[in-house]
Write a protein that binds this ligand. Sequence first.
Ligand code: COA
Length: 379
Amino acid sequence: MEGIRDPQRRNVMAKPNGSKVGGLEGVVVAETALSEVDGERGRLVIGGLELEHLAPWAEVEDVASLLWDAHVPDASQKDAMRRALGRGRARAFARLESLGDALSLGDPMDSLRASLAHLPSSDTSGPDIAGAVAVFAAARVRCSAGLPPVAPDPDAPHAADYLHMLQGSPVSPAAARGLDTYLVTVADHGMNASTFAARVVTSTGSDEVSAVVAAVGALKGPLHGGAPGPVLDMLDAIGASDRAAAWLENELSSGRRIMGMGHRIYRVRDPRAEVLEQAARRLESEGRASPRLALARSVERTAEELLARRHPERALRANVEFYTAVLLEAIGIPRTAFSPTFAVGRVIGWHAHIEEQRRTGRLIRPSSIYVGPTPTATL
Ligand code: COA
């Protein structure tokens, strides 16, 4: 039918010079004091600190203080944050009974979205929403394995308690440390799609639960937070380094994308990939085998070479998801829980952006260009 719009064409339109428009690429939609992504230099600043300086020591409680209260906490402030997050987890655990069938939904991100949607819209504190994401994500893993949920320990650090609720067994300090590094590393990342979704919802005057539900929906997609499970599937399928080139070449020739490679902003290797690779290496040296690491490094190098040949105009290097897969597997998190675990970290940033949007933002309402049929006087 002539004149009816093709939905595929709406996604990415071509400018006359061949470059792409759409996707709000390069468009500034907000000022933020929370994080800065420098794609040319491969630099990420979270709450005023460079990721490479923050990640080696920080725990979830530190990055929550940085993003919610704008300072590095002293010992008593960190303790207060730990207890506040603990209370948030305890309150969320008390709500498990009221989640209907949300925990048994097939897709873990659908389950997280549906669980969070049950929260009353008055639940707007950072610890409450962060506690709910951790408790619901862990309970879903238990439920899908036919196991009862594990109650949170409100006095425990957030990362270690999430791991305990998920695994139901004592957590090693090395695994908890690795998870803290991961959650801190992904806590915030400029105007990424899920953060933007949360800010759009907030800009209408809506509530925080609605904003976080929207953010979870955006995070689910494989172009955003849904890639690490598929990265592990890819490493499984490749199996050994000498099979990488043929496997990857076949994917590319079939028109599929290599998961964990490429980024909208970074034109160099994603700095988070480096931090997470180091964390996986640390776990390996502490005796928690990370059998994937050597294979992952080799697959990354091969993918980079093949992508450079196909796209000499555009650097497509490893992004955060590549080593997320390796690190979370080494920590002992099942791959179906990778994306929900991303949400456990990113909700810290979502809450900070929601608050910032409320304080400083306006209604976000972009424009579009109409390319539909010209209206006629008669049907
Ligand atoms: N594998 C193969 N080709 C890729 C690719 C990948 N991982 N990433 C980008 N490309 C190609 C695109 O197909 C496109 O080619 P074309 O111009 O011939 O159509 C070109 O590179 C530019 O890609 P574009 O879609 O404009 O990039 P983007 O900025 O919209 O996308 C990502 C960024 C992250 C969505 C994209 O790199 C991707 O899909 N990566 C894989 C999924 C992933 O790892 N997601 C997690 C992101 S943190």
